[in-house]
Design a binder for this molecule. Structure first.
Ligand SMILES: [Zn+2]
Ligand SMILES: [Zn+2]
Length: 268
């Protein structure tokens, strides 16, 4: 079992990733990956949480990085390097984001939620704001409520780290309610042909689990959701990390194949 695509890779422009972009590609080549994509945290044009994402003024540099990597590596090595971004659900600001997306010819977009009511719940500095049991239930439920709306909006190709609220191992009382929400989310995503990312970065967090859990992945499988793989690399050595474990989990969940971003089926 070999996974040869990694579509979730960051750059230093988001201010919480390290290393030269070239080093990320070098790891990918070493690991035998054939298709990778940069998918750094997208700026919201008029500014949003600039400490944790690139600002719109850095976007030209981001494009230049992708161009430079393509020129340096694609001719010499059997690898393609794609131009993606990880966009956020920012209620009230989606029109702004949409016109930004339309102006730029992205190869693909990952849709991720990192904020619930503007609370960056996956940031360790903000755990205190939601670690009570009411807080945990609220964040989990609102997160999946928002995710449904995000998919209704639907201008992206891949759902990123779908059960991110588990990052610090804080679980809601009624996981059954979350599964009910997920059923609806997956049937909508299947309709819109939005794929699901198996994201290995959870193994490097407190929860020490892949996003999504095997239970959620089984639910996705039963709803005919296509899968892709992403490492969510924020440092060069994380590219393609733990893909064997992720592929095994996909197989355990029923999957026999995954996809590249151009819709090509690849056998697991
Ligand atoms: Zn990040
Ligand atoms: Zn993310």
């Amino acid at each position: 079992m070999e996974v040869i695509c990694d579509y979730h890779i960051h750059t230093y422009l988001c201010k919480h990733a390290v290393g030269e972009p070239e080093s990320y590609v070098e790891t990918a080549i070493k690991k035998g990956l054939k298709s990778i994509g940069l998918s750094d945290h997208c700026p919201v044009p008029k500014g949003y949480d600039p400490e944790n994402r690139m600002i719109v003024e850095n976007f030209a540099e981001y494009k230049a990085i992708v161009r430079r990597l393509k020129e340096k590596f694609e001719k010499i090595y059997d690898i393609e390097i794609l131009f993606g971004m990880e966009i956020d659900w920012v209620p009230g600001r989606m029109n702004e984001l949409e016109s930004f997306i339309e102006k730029n010819n992205f190869d693909y977009l990952i849709g991720s939620i990192h904020y619930v009511d503007e609370l960056p719940f996956d940031h360790p500095d903000h755990i205190d704001k939601w670690k009570s049991s009411d807080g945990i239930n609220y964040v989990w439920n609102k997160y999946f409520e928002d995710l449904y709306k995000f998919i209704q909006w639907g201008r992206f190709d891949i759902i990123g780290h779908i059960d991110l609220p588990k990052k610090f191992s804080m679980r809601p009382k009624r996981m059954d309610k979350i599964y009910e929400r997920l059923e609806k989310i997956f049937s909508l995503a299947a309709e819109k042909n939005i794929m699901l990312e198996i994201n290995t970065s959870g193994l490097r967090k407190h929860v020490k689990e892949i996003y999504p859990s095997e239970e959620i992945l089984k639910l996705a499988y039963h709803n005919n959701i296509k899968i892709v793989f992403g490492s969510d690399a924020h440092s060069p050595n994380e590219v393609g990390k733990d893909f064997d474990t992720a592929a095994q989990m996909a197989a355990n969940s029923g999957y026999k194949e995954y996809y590249n971003i151009k819709g090509k089926k690849i056998t697991l």
